[in-house]
Ligand binder design. Structure first.
Ligand code: ADP
Ligand code: AMP
Length: 212
């Protein structure tokens, strides 16, 4: 099964993608996580991506697309995957479509996690991330067992640089301009499903399970 998660930054795409990946035993592929791992390791790609990420801008398509296509070509993606944060532009979606067409494959579902802008800034300022294993928490809604420490790997949790309120406003603007058009793109393909992302995270997951 090939699934795309759509939604504003902070809507809960990553949270739900992890639950779906666990349930269906398919990889959770997050371009944001791949970029953050590269930044942490000081690679050339990471340094290039950071310039854009810190401003709340999108990393250019030609960089992002290559990384994603390499990742989904790996053996563990043979039975499907859940994409979180990709595609984020129409050109990215077109390249993915073309690559899948060549293999005689297509996306099964694009799940749009719908959360109004008013809720987003609060979600993002409370988000805490583990840069080592990619786990995500929220200081109120999804707190770690021990404050500031990742339940999964024991590393320290951080407020992402791009989750500061001024950057979040930029990311929302970029989302509306460049990513939201994907809702029409996948509606036209007949695979778009929308869930109310303002519900409790287990209720959002239940709604997604009904769709899948
Ligand atoms: P995205 O991947 O879309 O950027 P995340 O999954 O990282 O979003 O979620 C953003 C923040 O909101 C995180 O701190 C997460 O723990 C929290 N969160 C996710 N889903 C919900 C929910 N249904 N209700 C409340 N908080 C949530
Ligand atoms: P995320 O972890 O999905 O919130 O992504 C964090 C940041 O990484 C985004 O704000 C972008 O700067 C960059 N990024 C992640 N995925 C993409 C993508 N598909 N296209 C362009 N930039 C991306």
């Amino acid at each position: 099964m090939k699934i795309i998660m759509l939604g504003a930054p902070g809507a809960g795409k990553g949270t739900q993608a992890k639950l779906i990946a666990e349930k269906y035993h398919i990889p959770h592929v997050s371009t944001g996580d791949i970029f953050r791992a590269n930044i942490k390791n000081g690679t050339e790609l990471g340094m290039e991506a950071k310039k854009y990420m810190d401003q709340g801008l999108l990393v250019p398509d030609q960089l992002t697309v290559k990384i994603l296509l390499d990742r989904v070509a790996q053996e563990d993606c043979r039975n499907g995957y859940v994409l979180d944060g990709f595609p984020r532009t129409i050109p990215q979606a077109e390249v993915l479509d073309e690559a899948l067409n060549k293999l005689g494959e297509s996306i099964d579902y694009a799940i749009n996690v719908d959360v109004p802008d008013e809720n987003i800034v609060r979600r993002m300022s409370g988000r805490r991330a583990c840069l080592k294993c990619g786990a995500t928490y929220h200081i109120e809604h999804v707190p770690p067992k021990k404050e500031g420490i990742c339940d999964v790997c024991g590393s320290g949790l951080v407020l992402r640089d791009d989750d500061k309120p001024e950057t979040v406003q930029n990311r929302l603007k970029v989302y509306h301009e460049q990513t939201q058009p994907l809702i029409d793109f996948y509606t036209a393909k007949g695979v778009l499903r929308t869930v109310d992302g303002t519900q409790d995270m287990q209720d959002v997951f239940r709604a997604i399970m009904e769709i899948l």
